[in-house]
Design a protein around this ligand. Structure first.
Ligand SMILES: Nc1nc2c(ncn2[C@@H]2O[C@H](COP(=O)(O)OP(=O)(O)OP(=O)(O)O)[C@@H](O)[C@H]2O)c(=O)[nH]1
Length: 675
């Protein structure tokens, strides 16, 4: 990419030439989106000239050196992830590491630069793992450190497990005040099972209530890591952050990849760029790859020419060649989303290799129907869902359709937050407006008759849509998914926590003191009981001190029934849900009450009913009311009237019309949340 400073002078001149295209490319640069004007010509197949703006580059290594990747032999590469419980400071530490190695400038606006998505900035949480390559001078040598910042919330743990597969070590961050929390334990085991080097880092030592000594003892007791191995830092102030990099170089082994072997790369992440097609993030397990090389995707067997490749610093930084052990991005003219699957192997056309094992598919915990607000938007929404699932491969997608909602999909997520974030990203990144049905967990049914088994092709079917719930007469038994839940909290709350867990049909397994005052309690829960609002309730009853994590624990028999909800006698498909028989009456009553609260009063009376089969088990009535938005608008101020009507129209976009009743779109999920 060559750079022209006075592009204003060049443009009218360049435009006169035939076959020259001037287009705009958006790229993120140092945490903010920058639009570049680029020139493309048919001779310049693999490249383009960027003519604006001129990029600033700051590093403790010169730009020229950074592009010559042959200067980083495998022995001088370290690949590591930053893992921790939510909010323990992963992204803040990543900022400091980027700053001290010169990858980003040290300015107040450069905060959580690896949290690039709008949803991440708005919610203040990481939902996508992000990669950044750093050049670090250590004992007279320049090292290439590839850092992956990961999310902390349990719903995004698939991102952590994928990131770990591209690394040889992790920084396990623990908050010096909060100590070990549930996701600290879960993430430790992910790294431990992958046999990675674990460097414990105690963060936020600047806090008034910080007690690093207590946290070191917890680390020793729970993880069996000697306390001498812990590094005490303040990511916020930058205290001891350089020591972290020194220890990364000293303790984490270099990758074992061999540059002499054939090129073999794992696609560990990818996203869709409107202008350039698929941008795949790759970890090279062997060999080298250069611009112009012909590569093959093992998944589809299709071949492509490499147009661009390089490092993520954290912005894309083109290079000529990437070598074994390095981590970077590649753009190879993949125009369709399905062409760069996460977990795929890339190799050279002339040197085929055995594909790498890839990733275990994510196991969806929550399913929900997703439909366009208007069927005319179906095609646009399909393209948006495809592109977003390329970037978030933990979402499972199946086509679905319903009489009431038309054609759509049944999507599987790792949890409710994951589902909400996906929905928000669809709206923010693709301007899509969708209806999401009430979430359900994947139940199973053991079918009774040979005829049914033949029809389904299997004896045990999985039910991810309440509309397909088989009648009791057709099944031997229903099964519900179970999870092993881990709660860590101060022992003052043990009694309250136990009461809460029992109300969620949980079975106590064991309890363990991680220090003098904090306990780790394990329970087996039905997944259905924790998926919607358990964590919120646990947090509020423990004044925010308890943390929670869970893992799959198989299936158990359960007495389940399907419950329908009706508005003025009309069943609302989005609300149908499967519940445990013992909880049907209380759940039906509570959901009717919450529906009454969330549906605005309208010009006629609305009967809200819960039904099991044809039997009504609960009812609420929403009284008639007419809202005339112009009522307070005396006189003839037309601009004010227009403003009010516009506001009302915007409000209506958030409503779903069922029969003649307007229901807020988010009511379908919110009514499941207990107070
Ligand atoms: N006092 C103090 N606050 C810190 C320190 N490090 C991080 N924080 C604050 O802790 C909060 C969470 O920090 P993040 O870096 O977003 O945490 P995270 O682990 O990346 O969070 P997730 O990605 O959402 O899991 C922010 O308000 C930070 O400013 C520190 O060393 N000292």
């Amino acid at each position: 990419m060559s750079l022209f400073r006075s592009h204003g002078l060049f443009l009218p001149f360049i435009k006169r030439f035939p076959d020259i295209k001037i287009c705009r490319v958006k790229r993120r640069s140092q945490g903010c989106m920058t639009t570049y004007t680029v020139i493309r010509h048919r001779w310049m197949k693999n490249s383009c000239w960027s003519i604006s703006p001129v990029r600033e580059f700051s590093s403790n290594v010169s730009e020229k050196e950074s592009l010559d990747m042959s200067k980083f032999p495998v022995e001088r590469i370290r690949n590591f992830s930053i893992i921790a419980h939510i909010d323990h400071g992963k992204s803040t530490l990543a900022d400091r590491l980027l700053e001290i190695t010169g990858a980003i400038a040290k300015t107040a606006s450069n905060k959580q630069v690896l949290d690039k998505l709008q949803v991440e900035r708005e919610r203040g949480i990481t939902v996508k793992a992000q990669t950044a390559s750093l050049f670090y001078q250590h004992e007279g040598q320049t090292y290439l450190l590839n850092l992956i910042d990961t999310p902390g919330h349990v719903d995004f743990s698939y991102e952590v497990s994928r990131s770990i597969s591209a690394c040889q070590g992790v920084l396990l961050i623990v908050d010096a005040n909060q100590g070990i929390q549930a996701q600290t334990v879960a993430n430790f085991y992910l790294a431990f099972e992958a046999q990675l080097t674990i460097i414990p880092v105690i963060n936020k030592i600047d806090l008034k209530n910080a007690d690093p000594e207590r946290v070191e003892k917890q680390i020793e007791k729970v993880f069996d890591i000697p306390k001498e191995e812990c590094i005490r830092i303040s990511a916020k102030l930058g205290t001891n952050v350089d020591q972290v990099l020194q220890e990364v170089v000293r303790r984490i082994p270099p990758p074992t990849a061999k540059v002499e072997g054939p090129f073999k790369a794992l696609v560990f992440d990818s996203n869709f760029d409107h202008y350039r097609g698929v941008v795949a993030n790759i970890a090279l397990f062997g060999g080298r790859v250069s611009r112009g090389d012909k590569i093959v995707s093992a998944h589809l067997g299709k071949s492509y020419e490499v147009n661009e490749l390089g490092l993520l610093r954290p912005d894309e930084h083109p290079a000529e060649t990437l070598y074994a052990g390095q981590v970077g991005y590649v753009i190879a003219g993949m125009k369709e989303v399905k062409e760069a699957q996460i977990g795929d192997t890339l190799y050279l056309q002339k040197q085929p290799v055995e594909p790498l094992p890839g990733f275990k598919p994510a196991k969806a915990m929550v399913f929900a129907g997703m439909y366009p607000m208007d069927q005319s938007e179906y095609t646009a929404l399909r393209s948006a869902v495809e592109k977003l699932t390329l970037n978030d491969s933990s979402v499972t997608v199946q086509r679905d359709s319903s009489l009431a909602l038309g054609a759509g999909w049944r999507l599987g997520f790792l949890g409710l937050l994951h589902m909400e974030v996906f929905n928000q990203r669809l709206e923010q990144e693709y301007n899509a407006s969708v209806i999401v049905t009430a979430p359900t967990v994947p139940y199973k049914a053991v079918l009774a008759s040979a005829k049914l088994i033949k029809e389904h092709g299997e004896e045990v079917i999985t039910i991810i849509n309440p509309a397909q719930f088989p009648d009791k007469s057709q099944v031997v038994e229903y099964l519900e998914p179970m999870v092993m839940g881990t709660i860590i909290a101060p022992d003052d709350f043990t009694g309250k926590i136990m009461t809460l867990c029992q109300s969620r049909r949980a079975v106590h397994k064991n309890m363990f003191y991680i220090d003098d005052h904090r306990v780790m309690i394990k329970y087996i829960f039905p997944l259905n009981e924790i998926v919607v609002d358990f964590y919120d309730q646990l947090k509020s009853m423990s004044s925010g001190y308890a943390s929670f994590d869970y893992e799959d624990a198989g299936y158990e028999a359960a007495d389940l029934i399907k419950m329908d909800f009706l508005l003025n006698g009309r069943p609302v498909e989005e609300l149908a849900t499967i519940v445990h028989k013992d909880k049907a009456y209380s759940a039906g009553k509570a959901i009717c009450e919450r529906l009454k609260e969330s549906i605005p009063r309208q010009m006629f009376e609305i009967a809200v009913q819960a039904a099991i089969g044809s039997k009504i088990i609960a009812r609420e009535t929403i009284k008639a009311y007419r809202k005339n938005v112009l009522a307070k608008c005396y006189g003839g101020d037309i601009t004010r009237k227009m403003k009010l009507l516009k506001k009302q129209a915007e409000g209506k976009k958030k409503l779903r019309r069922i029969g003649n009743i307007d229901v807020p779109k988010d009511a379908f999920i919110n009514v499941l949340k207990r107070k």
